[in-house]
Design a protein around this ligand. Sequence first.
Ligand code: SAM
Length: 165
Amino acid sequence: MPHQQSRLDLFIDRMVSQRACLDAAIAQTSGMAGPVFELGLGNGRTYHHMIQRIQDRPVYVFERAVASHPDSTPPEDRLILGDVRETLPAALDRFGATASLIHADLGGHNREKNDAFARFVSPLIEPLLAEGGLMVSSDRMYFETLTEQPLPEGAVPGRCFIYRR
Ligand code: SAM
């Protein structure tokens, strides 16, 4: 009889999916000039991956409390410190609908809480994306005008989502 997925299995699926989705989304938006937004810095692993691969666009980080690896800490002028429920609406005034790529990994261990939070922040994220821009998320999002995209090879369905304006 097959085993149920362990927490280790789920974690590995999430990591593999984040990399596959980010690499695909970075490649697909490489011709765009607008900024890239990383929502949730955490340890800074995905931020580090992104800045190594994105040299043509600024990467701004939204985080309420920086606790990242020193190698993966954004410069002060690329950090938007505070709760995204407040900093995302402020970012719309500052940047308008210009983001070429938005990556969100804001969740914790509680699936129900993550889903409720995704519902709350979806309408705050949606207007920031430029025409043709992509949004990559570890949680299912609830957008009115963005279209869910097929996942790239290597990504595990349900562990990562990609949306396009
Ligand atoms: N992708 C990151 C990495 O590779 O290391 C991990 C991100 S971690 C799972 C989630 C981060 O989102 C935490 O650092 C947490 O502080 C941040 N976060 C969660 N809710 C937030 C909120 N409402 N406003 C700002 N940051 C938030």
